[in-house]
Design a protein around this ligand. Sequence first.
Ligand SMILES: Cc1ncc(C[n+]2csc(CCOP(=O)(O)OP(=O)(O)O)c2C)c(N)n1
Ligand code: SF4
Length: 532
Amino acid sequence: MDPMKKLLNGDEAIAHAARVAGVNLGIGYPGTPSTEILETFSALGGYAQWAPNEKVAAEVAIGAALAGGKAVVTMKHVGMNVAADPFFTAAYTGVKGSLVICAADDPGMASSQNEQDSRRYAVAAGLPMLEPADSQQCYDYFILATELSKRFGTPVILRLTTRVCHSKTIVSIGTFSEPETPSYTKDAKSHVMVPAFARLAHVRLRKRLKDLEEWNCENGPCTFLGPEGAKSGVIATGISAMHAAEALPEARIMQPGMTYPLPLAKIKEFVNSHEDNLVVEEGDPIVVETLLANGMNVRGKKEAFRFGELNVARVKKLAADDVTPDPAPAPGKPPQLCPGCPHRLTFQALHDLGCTVCGDIGCYTLGVLPPYEAMDTCVCMGASISAALGMREVLPAEQAKRIVSVIGDSTFMHSGLTGLVDMVYNRPPHGHVVILLDNSTTAMTGLQEHPGTGRRLDHTETVRVDPAAVARAIGVRVEEVDPLAMKDTLKDFIQEQLDKEDVCMIIMKRSCLLALKHLKDREKAQAEEKKN
Ligand SMILES: Cc1ncc(C[n+]2csc(CCOP(=O)(O)OP(=O)(O)O)c2C)c(N)n1
Ligand code: SF4
């Protein structure tokens, strides 16, 4: 294969593009399916960081782009909710350098708690958005997004989906360029959003979107597939265009690469040159609603196709308005905590105690399944502590006293801390027990570092943020234990803490088995490297 061509998945293609574009800083919070973007960018020599959560990541990236640098921030779709606050105002401030927001949706929920459609954020915040269909487009659109960001002075969303992130196609790669050091110029009228400046910025934002729509009509990326002169037209976005080309070979497919703002004039021309037009898009009916609102003769999908991923078979059915249920997938083995996983001991004790468990998101969410069935709520990252406070506030004492929160160490750094502050500030009458499952990694998304591991994204050492010290500093009583060492007495120990009726955090300190293995492998590789 040509050395400049590589077989890459979408995440890897973006990482290569970021090196070619000379990105100064990559930052994000891990979350399937976006995690590998920064890991690959770092492995390719780019400068990348894990932030404690997506809001912080977005703010750091915005700072870099306001300073004139080139930044990329990565997250999964639910991370967009956490980062929405800075993004909405960054659409007003604009950027001096460039900022690309890689938002990876998970239609079908392969590894997520919901299947929200992040495209809504582009419309709501007024941020332009590009939607690639394969790895080459991931690469090309990332570079284009960086250029557009700089040229129009706006953050740009690169909207991805699981299938695009994780499927491999051949990509032509350019030469890596080293990032340039930017020079800061003060521009408070653009960058300080007090109401007087923000009112002007909002007008600028709407004008910018008009300019972008014009640019998109004239020069925006647009892929056509299928026979020219076909009777039927299909407007499809992202990977749906590939499915449509295979499912409907008689039709002419138009895939606009920039899906917000849409190239309406260009689409209108396409629509008018076909007898009938179908819109194929995964998730919410966003494009079809926009085209209908602009008086175009198009039809969309039935509600049944709003759920889950599309594929070739489903697009055939979608086109035929066939809503007969899809064949049920073959029953697989239910997921389970690894044999020997330290989380098991805690869930066994909580099961035996009959506690009401406000849970959180991580490997330990599997505590909801048999044999433990020891989780009662799980909403979003960090909610284990705050939701427990709400429950304790309203339930009768005998029920409130049975409630515990269970949270992982990465999730605690992400958004558990503020919940703990609230638990101390609005201390419920019978106190509360938070169990921190500290396995020294972000296991669920593939063993990433976080501020509590004391290592950076590239595993080099840094200061460790100690959850025990933080909790003590805000007035929480802390108990640090090894769950394996006290496995026979764990149940009684937790009950004793509940009986004390103060705010207590039990830190169950024991490494994830897979993380330990990775650490050992890394140490071995480093030792080998030193020898050679
Ligand atoms: C807002 C948001 N960002 C990212 C994710 C993806 N995600 C789910 S759990 C998790 C962290 C899990 O780590 P930890 O809490 O330490 O638990 P472990 O899996 O190690 O047991 C991540 C990154 C998510 N669900 N929501
Ligand atoms: S990966 Fe680690 S934390 Fe997750 S279930 Fe396995 S041992 Fe437990």
